[in-house]
Design a protein around this ligand. Structure first.
Ligand SMILES: CC(C)(COP(=O)(O)OP(=O)(O)OC[C@H]1O[C@@H](n2cnc3c(N)ncnc32)[C@H](O)[C@@H]1OP(=O)(O)O)[C@@H](O)C(=O)NCCC(=O)NCCS
Length: 176
């Protein structure tokens, strides 16, 4: 798919239904599925601050006017470096593998570095999530570590893969 017109925007009331799908449809979120959670939590969070908080938040990934999924950010992570974000992403299955994921994460990094003095952005993924590893590498992230027993998921403790992007690292433009 050549240069899909990807943009990030805050949620609207209409997007709450998609957020609800991610907590009630097993596996829709991908490997991060950890069982059911409160289906009303997305509506409450939207009512509270529109999902755009100072410590964590979500933005909609929009492609040619359609909501394709969301990106997320939260302050702090496995290390204690101050002014540090951890990001995440989940696209609806029909939007995966079309060049949207790396572009959306490039846009999110640009946004976070522009609007906060953060020195570093981290992203964790799963050893088997090749699409996310490639997407992060395409954005400009460096694979920094394997974190042993990083999460309990799908019946057992599993390793994670940690990626990092410094403010001074080259960031690939989402327009490429
Ligand atoms: C992971 C995810 C964000 C990647 O976004 P995407 O839009 O599917 O990926 P892109 O189309 O931007 O492709 C990025 C790179 O990954 C590669 N890729 C995409 N899907 C792939 C797959 N299924 N297997 C292997 N490589 C894949 C692409 O070829 C591209 O690399 P290249 O340019 O070097 O060839 C998306 O698939 C998704 O939302 N998956 C479910 C949720 C999830 O896993 N989130 C991350 C949790 S850590």
């Amino acid at each position: 798919m050549p240069d899909p017109a990807v943009r990030l925007r805050p949620l609207t009331q209409e997007d709450v239904a998609m957020m609800r799908r991610f907590v009630v449809e097993p596996g829709l979120i991908g490997l991060d599925w950890r069982g059911f959670s409160d289906p009303e939590a997305p509506a409450r969070r939207f009512a509270e601050d529109g999902y755009v908080g100072p410590q964590d938040g979500r933005l909609i990934v929009e492609v040619t006017g359609e909501a394709a999924g969301f990106v997320s950010y939260r302050a702090g992570s496995v290390s204690d470096v101050p002014q540090h974000w951890t990001i995440g992403i989940a696209l609806l299955p029909e939007w995966r593998g079309r060049g949207v994921g790396w572009r959306a994460q490039s846009l999110l990094c640009e946004y976070l570095f522009t609007h906060s003095p953060a020195w570093k952005i981290e992203a964790g993924t799963h050893p088997e999530n090749i699409a996310e590893q490639r997407a992060l590498e395409k954005v400009g992230f460096t694979r920094e570590a394997t974190v042993r027993a990083a999460e309990f998921r799908d019946g057992q403790w599993r390793d994670g893969v940690l990626y990092g992007l410094l403010r001074t690292d080259p960031l690939r433009s989402s327009h490429e």
